[in-house]
Design a protein around this ligand. Structure first.
Ligand SMILES: Cc1ncc(COP(=O)(O)O)c(C=O)c1O
Length: 397
């Protein structure tokens, strides 16, 4: 079928048939459609802080606009922000990072897009988390790579099994993707596991994409980056950014940290894709990194409070079992006890109970049996959602 006003079937490049998506945005659209016809929905689907960006960051952007930061900038990012990121990231990870090793991107997501485009050839293997952020698998398939999954399993407290990952490395492995704290499980990979992985990977001719976008949202333990370990800095691309840490999702500001020669190539991809990241948002990024950090601490404290509410509440629902996430702002309950598969359960909760959550399968086939709830919403809304789910599970339509 062709849409109105077109006479020919749409013919796309073959690679487009392998491109996946992020269904959080689709669920958001369905939830908004229900709201448009008068239904009330509690939004626990999208992974974004519900806090406003701190006023000093907003003010820095407004002032930057008034001061003429309205032009193109260098593809790799403004020197001011690259220097601020190098300083902040180096201090937080106890490493020396040079501004030439930084590429500023519109959000953290382009770092995975660019890194996979730059490094993965057809039939190269990429070891990636499943369940995991859906764009990893989408991009691996898109470029014609072979997606090799590893788990974040409930029986390991949503940590990784290092021997599973190492056991999947072959001569064709080009990239290993790590994500800690982990979306969707909230798992945090402990330093010892990271060190064991580094020992196994440092001698290999491969790269690691270490997605550390939630590195400042940890409730227990500490953040460890594989880039800190001997031999790993030159083979690691760190993905980080402002979206989650500073509640700046809509600003589209993130960065990648990688060896300088790769950074140049990634900047060249950016020249081809977007030219550069918006200049005034980059100036606001400098204010975020160099300014008062109390909003970050406040947000983490709030998320910790909400985590308790949602985990206790989910565990009180028949058929649900939820571990306490150690980082990020997601609860990932096992829902097999309900007798329903994840997707139909998520669909029913949205259309019948007015609670938007994501099916675990939105994060890969190994997410079956789970739902993901974002607790980046008020305690009041979380409680409302919990009582609606409890009511629905006890009395489904
Ligand atoms: C694991 C992970 N990596 C990267 C991103 C992308 O972040 P950004 O909004 O900065 O592009 C997200 C966003 O949800 C995420 O969950």
């Amino acid at each position: 079928m062709t849409p109105a006003g077109t006479s020919q079937e749409l013919k796309l490049a073959e690679c487009m048939s392998r491109l996946g998506t992020e269904s959080a945005f689709e669920v958001l659209v369905r939830a908004r459609a229900l709201e448009a016809v008068g239904r009330e929905v509690v939004h626990l689907e999208i992974g974004e802080p519900d806090f406003p960006t701190a006023p000093h960051i907003v003010e820095a952007a407004a002032e930057a606009l008034r001061n003429g930061w309205t032009h193109y900038g260098p593809s790799a990012g403004l020197p001011e922000l690259r220097a601020a990121v190098a300083e902040d990231s180096g201090r937080r990870r106890g490493m020396t990072i040079d501004p030439s090793e930084i590429v500023i991107t519109p959000g953290g997501k382009p770092v995975m897009f660019f890194a996979i485009l730059a490094l993965v050839d057809r039939d190269d293997e990429v070891i990636y988390p499943n369940p995991g952020f859906p764009i990893y698998e989408s991009m691996i398939n898109f470029v014609g790579g072979r997606a090799v999954p590893y788990g974040f399993r409930e029986q390991h407290d949503f940590d990784v099994d290092v021997s599973e990952i190492i056991g999947k490395v072959t001569d064709r492995t080009r990239l290993v993707i790590l994500n800690s704290p982990h979306n969707p499980t909230g798992g945090v990979i402990p330093r010892e596991s990271i060190a064991e992985l580094a020992r196994a990977l440092a001698a290999r001719d491969l790269f690691v994409l270490s997605d550390e976008i939630y590195s400042r949202l940890i409730y227990e333990g500490e953040h460890a980056s594989i880039a800190q370990l001997p031999g790993m800095k030159e083979r690691t691309i760190i993905l980080d950014g402002f979206s989650k840490t500073y509640a700046m999702t809509g600003w589209r500001l993130g960065y990648g940290i990688m060896r300088a020669d790769l950074a140049q190539k990634v900047a060249q991809l950016q020249t081809n894709a977007t030219s550069c990241t918006a200049s005034f948002t980059q100036i606001a990024g400098v204010a975020a990194l160099r300014g008062d950090q109390s909003s970050v601490d406040h947000m983490r404290g709030e998320f910790r409070r909400r985590r308790k509410v949602i985990v206790e509440g989910l565990n009180a629902i028949p058929g649900f079992h939820c571990l306490e996430p150690h980082g990020a702002f997601y609860a990932f309950p096992n829902v097999t006890g309900t007798g329903l598969a994840s997707k139909p359960l998520a669909d029913a909760l949205l259309s019948e109970a007015g609670v938007a959550a994501l099916s675990g399968t939105a994060f890969g086939a190994w997410g079956e049996g789970y739902l993901r709830f974002s607790f980046a919403n008020s305690v009041e809304n979380i409680q409302k959602a919990l009582s609606r789910i409890r009511g629905w599970v006890q009395n489904p339509r």
